[in-house]
Design a protein around this ligand. Structure first.
Ligand SMILES: [Zn+2]
Length: 479
């Protein structure tokens, strides 16, 4: 059939208008991944044989493959491979003082090489550098994950971690929050080495009024329910959740509070055996219901707890990733190693028993509707918790604890994006979303361990096939 020229012109124009979002031969994409199985982390569905087109840092199209041909500057073969959203590590640290700035910076490469395209920095003493790296990466000056940061932690007078903002009075809290807002941090992290229960709850109250998110540890002199009702957005590690699962939480809390005026104040670890012995299924169920209703998330950090509990007996000398950890950061591992070796046999045994128990809380929280966030706690001083791989191990442990692989993936993708309030632009694979993706050679929904089988990472719309990742790693390898 022959069309008159005018009609043909209209048809092409109409086609183009009607298919504005469809890939056409006229458009040259930055990256095209073809014939890939797309993992939908919202539903757990696997969409086989898709084409994913990327331009200017965004996913432009997710469509059935083979429909059109796609012009691209870079093609990534998705055949037999699985595409997931880039992973989020929701608890990392950059710290150790100015002499470790360059050493900390190398971890950005480790995150990327392990498929971590976003990290949440949970506080340290290198805020200026962290903000600068973040800016440079956003501007495309260097590769690396997107960073959400708390800036310096808030703690009490005489805080354990250098660089913390020390607060006691409401006025000091106001000034500390002012300074954090001047830094334009993404949330407020509260640590519990010295902060009083009163100052802790007051910090949450003031932050809440300013619309700032709060997460943290917690002094054992207050209850988690108080913090949750006050507006705490996330509780880091499971010690605080665990204490609130005790049928004697109130009396244990009172005991801690009263001991603070004595020469021998009780810390968290002194009370854990009593918490363990009074664990109550009913108290746990009540707490999880409250956390779900108030949208307080939990960051279980199972891998660091396991690694630290086994520190004295595991030999990490041959860990292959040590080649990429700056020797000055490896030197900071000694502190926890020394204290682990000084632990009594009974304390070591209790730690292991405790970890097993803490793992049982994970599927209970998930079932109750508590948001779980995957976090590794990687960073200087946290011995052998290597940036990147430790988040992969966290996901494996979350599944061992009882989550489905999909739930573990959600904890490391969409849940993080929702928590930081950016799920509209990232965290899933759909047109318009940030092109932060990981291409795997195995199906992570069948075996979560397949998140270790990385064939390519797409970060900020740029594709890094495995050889490119190896190259990046070579750049940070110890001489
Ligand atoms: Zn931490």
């Amino acid at each position: 059939m022959k069309f008159p020229p005018l009609f043909l012109g209209l048809t092409v124009a109409t086609l183009l208008a009607g298919c504005a979002r469809r890939p056409t031969k006229l458009e040259i994409y930055d990256v095209v991944i073809n014939h890939v199985a797309v993992v939908d982390v919202l539903t757990g569905q696997l969409r086989p044989n898709r084409v994913v087109a990327i331009s200017r840092g965004k996913i432009v199209e997710v469509a059935p493959a083979d429909k059109d041909s796609y012009a691209a500057r870079q093609y990534v073969n998705g055949n037999g491979r699985y595409l997931i959203p880039g992973l989020w590590d929701m608890h990392v640290h950059f710290r150790g003082g100015d002499s470790l700035i360059a050493a900390n910076k190398k971890s950005l490469t480790l995150f990327l090489a392990h498929g971590i395209t976003t990290v949440r920095d949970a506080g340290g003493d290198l805020t200026t550098s962290v903000l600068q790296w973040s800016q440079d990466m956003d501007a495309g000056k260097m590769p690396g994950p997107r960073i959400f940061t708390s800036g310096p932690k808030l703690d009490g007078p005489g805080a354990y971690w250098p660089g913390s903002l020390e607060v006691e009075t409401p006025v000091q809290i106001r000034k500390a929050l002012d300074s954090l807002q001047r830094l334009r941090v993404d949330y407020v992290k509260i640590y519990d080495s010295k902060i009083s229960g009163q100052a802790y709850l007051e910090t949450i109250r003031q932050a809440q009024r300013r619309g700032l998110k709060t997460t943290g540890h917690m002094p054992y002199s207050v209850t988690l329910a108080q913090a949750v009702k006050g507006g705490l957005d996330a509780t880091e590690h499971l010690y605080y959740v665990f204490k609130a699962c005790s049928s004697r939480e109130d009396s244990i809390t009172a005991l801690v509070r009263n001991s603070l005026k004595t020469p021998q104040p009780l810390g968290l670890f002194a009370t854990l055996p009593a918490v363990y012995d009074t664990y109550s299924t009913a108290a746990a169920a009540n707490l999880f219901k409250l956390m779900a209703a108030r949208h307080t998330a939990a960051v279980p950090t199972l891998y660091i707890q396991k690694t630290l509990a086994e520190l004295a007996e595991n030999d990490h000398a041959r860990d292959t990733l040590r080649a990429y950890i700056d020797p000055r950061i490896q030197a900071t591992y000694a502190r926890r190693l020394t204290s682990a070796r000084q632990q009594s046999t009974a304390a070591k045994a209790f730690n292991k028993k405790l970890n097993t128990k803490l793992m049982t809380l994970v599927p209970l929280m998930q079932a109750a509707g508590v948001t779980l966030l995957a976090g590794s706690d990687s960073g200087p001083f946290n011995s052998f918790i290597y940036p990147g791989s430790s988040l992969q191990e966290e996901l494996v442990l979350l599944v061992q604890a009882g989550l489905t692989p999909l739930q573990a993936l959600q904890a490391a993708t969409i849940n993080g994006a929702k928590f930081m309030g950016v799920a509209g632009r990232t965290g899933t694979i759909a047109p318009g979303k940030d092109a932060d993706l990981v291409l795997l050679t195995g199906n992570p929904l069948e075996n979560i361990g397949n998140i270790r089988q990385i064939d390519a990472v797409i970060s900020r719309g740029k594709a890094y096939p495995a050889p490119a990742l190896v190259n990046l790693l070579r750049g940070i390898k110890n001489p």
